[in-house]
Design a protein around this ligand. Sequence first.
Ligand SMILES: C[S@@+](CC[C@H](N)C(=O)[O-])C[C@H]1O[C@@H](n2cnc3c(N)ncnc32)[C@H](O)[C@@H]1O
Length: 218
Amino acid sequence: MNTRSGFDRLARVYRWMEYFSFGSYLQKCRVFRLGEMASRRRALIYGDGDGRFLSELVRRFPQIEVTAVDASREMLHQAAHRLPSGAHVRVIQADALECNVEDLPGSPFDLIITHFFLDCFSEAEIASLLSHLNAAAAEHALWVVSEFAVPWRNPARLAGKLIIRALYLGFGLLTGLRTRQLPDYGSVMQQTGWILEGRREWLSGLLVSEYWRKEIYR
Ligand SMILES: C[S@@+](CC[C@H](N)C(=O)[O-])C[C@H]1O[C@@H](n2cnc3c(N)ncnc32)[C@H](O)[C@@H]1O
């Protein structure tokens, strides 16, 4: 079983799994920074899944051009169904780790969005992703990240660790995902010139929305 076919299998039930486990919190986290995306023209979204964020983005800003990359054909299929007519969206089925993002239509991108996507990778994989992505990011590009995180204080810390472990076990079984712990993506981003400008937490720090700006050293 590979990761791509695994996420294909979840595509139709993904939103219900989410509502039963986290209610509306994940979507709150995804849309939290929508207001700051108003001036952006060319967005790259990695692993948006079934497209609930993507459809919100293009409804709110119909002029924005979006390139959406996901390894799962079924997730992209669900996402395409949710799009309003006339949206400027290109969907590309590809493995983000193998995709030459500089050559994608829309590059360079002034907005990059990853919601609950970086947690699918190790730090070494994220470094490899960034080596391509940085070359495809426009000057002063904005990167909006939603992620799980381990809360700082007990008892939320203990509960958070258990929830994250259970999520990795569940996704490992259902999709074949091999990652088993949250990567320190922030350090990798900082090392290549991304600056964290804003952070908001929900559920005592289990969910975070971050807002990064690019100062890339080429
Ligand atoms: C955990 S889901 C997150 C989906 C959505 N962004 C959300 O907020 O719930 C991870 C998504 O990333 C995609 N994905 C996982 N590994 C990938 C890879 N190597 N390349 C491209 N997409 C990938 C999956 O198909 C899935 O749609």
